[in-house]
Design a protein around this ligand. Structure first.
Ligand code: ADP
Ligand code: MG
Length: 616
């Protein structure tokens, strides 16, 4: 049990160890705890502040970084240096987000491969993990300020549809922010926990979680059985949210202004957008909204707004129907409906959902806080404060394999339920490579040399192919007895090999604790080293692929292009030796810009396919 003390001068509560719950949202993020005295979940806020921290980061030209409310004005005035919706980029490659680019005002780097995206702000390059870590670090420091105690452990929520890479990216962001992420849980599950659905009775039941946020809509059908939540289906729209409702009002106002012969500039539109959000929120509790804008009376009634918004609502109901269908269920099978997201404050949303599910909905909790509150409940369970809930067996340390540059690639993160499994694809780095050494490690550090080596085997019999072509799937299965089965399979040929290890063998609790401590103490340095190693590996691969490509297509590349490419390669090679990942990314960008035109001209698939997949 954590010890509690009260600061007599301020009356604030001090606790030795507080595990917090964090909702890292696309639009807003927040942090919640179980109040040590009231034993209730509360979202944290400072005096006169909101619980919600807008998920926005502004980079000033003097090195100053603003996060949250303070960064919001720059969305309009300095959009290239203002990062929002970073959650959309988590664990994504450029190919995944190409279509989203027009929507984001900042620069995403296209390196013509399926590697993870980078964001360029002035002369620096950031990964979505780093950017998310800024938001998490801000939440952490706010919480520490309020609680007057260090906050180092957290439960973070993610959408139910997040894949393994997106979840891992979220974990890494936490780590980089100095947080030990004890568990990643699904947002709909968190919301259900906040409503105490798991405590109501022990019978199995089905739950629908309707989440309409700022930019996204998710519907999740969950099954709760013996305290365990299982996702039956998910549906939704990653470009449908409160922003779209705002836009309807902006257009409505623009019509009025145009009738008065007012010219609409970009500046007008931006001010209108803020006014529209204000109008929308006002109409959630009132029948009319009016304001004076440039001497014109702008007004909209709730009925007018609701008529405009009908098609948006219908889209969400269509998703609900699809989610039910995918889960093989009927409306009558759903016992509970949980409302999540600030946009569900609109009465028309509540009505539509009630009509669809033909049931009354409990909306007693703040819809924009409910996910964080649920994460706090989960954190409380992990802290051992909630004895009624059965704690499942978990694996105490992460399990993974070594990838190029000596990096640890985690397949089963620590605190995963046992039994558990995961699989990921890798490829070769040399032409005609028929063997691959698979080395299995355990631990939390980013470089494998700092972790515990469990086993090594040589996977051979890979049919000779050009580098990057073989698809080697490594799968981990950790069974209920804690035995790890590692399987390597080349998917094109079907060749496979299996090995068994016992991760916990010969490891004491004290040793596990020591390993965890070391990982927390070195988290920041480790992550920095990882991004440097990743940048170097990327540079080496690009140099290799470019040289290869030039050699194969010599006759089709101009003399100037060859000279420019060679210079860019030399430059990159010199810079790789330095410890500066930003400089390396710059040099990679430079080389890419030179080779892109002829690569595209010739056969764009060759280079990009040779570069795809992590190499062992
Ligand atoms: P996310 O999960 O995407 O981070 P939130 O759940 O915080 O987002 O929801 C943010 C959205 O909720 C914004 O579009 C905001 O305008 C909207 N919102 C907040 N309060 C209200 C309200 N009272 N009425 C209507 N919309 C609201
Ligand atoms: Mg949300």
């Amino acid at each position: 049990m954590a010890k509690i003390s009260i600061n007599l001068s301020t009356g604030s509560i001090q606790q030795d160890e507080m595990i917090v719950g964090i909702d890292l949202g696309t639009t807003n993020s927040l942090i919640a705890i179980i109040h040590p005295q009231t034993k209730n979940a509360v979202a944290l806020k400072e005096h006169n502040q909101h619980t919600l921290v807008p998920s926005i980061i502004h980079f000033g030209n003097n090195g100053q970084i603003d996060i949250g409310e303070a960064a919001k004005p720059y969305l309009e005035s300095d959009s290239v240096n203002t990062i929002f919706s970073i959650k959309r980029l988590m664990g994504k490659s450029y190919a995944d987000v190409k279509t989203d680019e027009h929507y984001l005002g900042y620069k995403i780097i296209d390196d013509n491969s399926d590697k993870l995206v980078k964001i360029q702000v002035a002369d620096k390059f950031y990964s979505p993990i780093e950017l998310s870590s800024f938001i998490l670090a801000e939440l952490k420091s706010r919480a520490e300020h309020i609680l007057k105690t260090p906050v180092t452990k957290a439960v973070i929520t993610v959408p139910a549809y997040f894949n393994d890479a997106q979840r891992q990216a979220t974990r890494d962001a936490g780590k980089l922010a100095g947080l030990d992420v004890l568990r990643i849980i699904n947002e709909p599950t968190a919301a259900s926990l906040a409503y105490g659905i798991d405590k109501k009775n022990q019978e199995a039941k089905k739950i629908a979680v309707y989440d309409l946020g700022g930019g996204t809509f998710d519907i999740t059908i969950l099954q709760l059985d013996s305290g365990i939540f299982e996702v039956l289906s998910t549906n939704g729209n990653t470009y449908l949210g409160g922003d779209d409702f705002d836009r309807l009002i902006v257009d409505f106002f623009i019509k009025i202004l145009q009738e008065h012969k007012i010219t609409i500039t970009n500046g007008t539109k931006q001010t209108l957008r803020l006014l529209a959000e204000q109008a929308k929120k006002h109409l959630s509790a009132n029948d009319n909204f009016s304001a004076i804008f440039q001497d014109i009376h702008l007004a909209i009634t709730k009925t007018e707004f609701e008529n405009l918004a009908k098609p948006l609502l219908q889209k969400t109901m269509l998703s609900c129907a699809k989610a039910l269908q995918d889960a093989g269920l009927q409306v009558s099978d759903i016992e509970e409906v949980v409302m999540v997201g600030g946009s569900t404050r609109m009465p028309m949303v509540k009505n539509a959902v009630t009509d669809f599910f033909k049931t009354t909905i409990d909306d007693s909790l703040n819809p924009d806080e409910v996910v964080a509150l649920g994460a706090a409940w989960q954190a409380d369970v992990l802290a051992g404060n909630n004895q009624e809930i059965l704690l499942l067996d978990v694996t105490p340390l992460s399990l993974g394999i070594e990838t190029m540059g000596g990096l640890m690639d985690v397949l089963i993160p620590r605190n995963s339920k046992i039994p558990s499994g995961a699989a990921r694809q890798y490829t070769t780095h040399a032409d005609g490579q028929t063997k691959m050494t698979i080395t299995v490690y355990q631990g939390e550090r980013d470089l494998v040399i700092d972790n515990r080596k469990l086993a090594e085997f040589i996977f051979d019999g890979i049919p000779g192919m050009p580098a990057g072509l073989p698809k080697v799937e490594i799968s981990f299965r950790l069974n209920a007895d804690g035995i790890l089965n590692v399987k390597a399979k080349e998917l094109r040929s079907g060749v496979e090999q299996i090995m068994q290890v016992q991760p916990q063998y010969g490891l004491t609790d004290a040793e596990v604790e020591e390993m965890l401590m070391a990982s927390m103490l070195n988290a920041k340095a480790d992550m920095q080293l990882r991004s440097l190693v990743e940048a170097r590996t990327e540079a080496e691969q690009i140099i290799f692929a470019t040289k290869n490509f030039m050699q194969k297509h010599q006759e089709m590349i101009t003399a100037e292009e060859i000279v420019a490419t060679k210079n860019a390669i030399d430059n990159l090679q010199n810079i790789v030796a330095l410890d500066d990942k930003n400089a390396i990314h710059h040099a990679i960008e430079h080389l890419n810009n030179i080779s892109r035109p002829y690569a595209e001209r010739l056969m764009d698939t060759a280079v990009s396919s040779a570069l795809s997949g992590k190499k062992i």
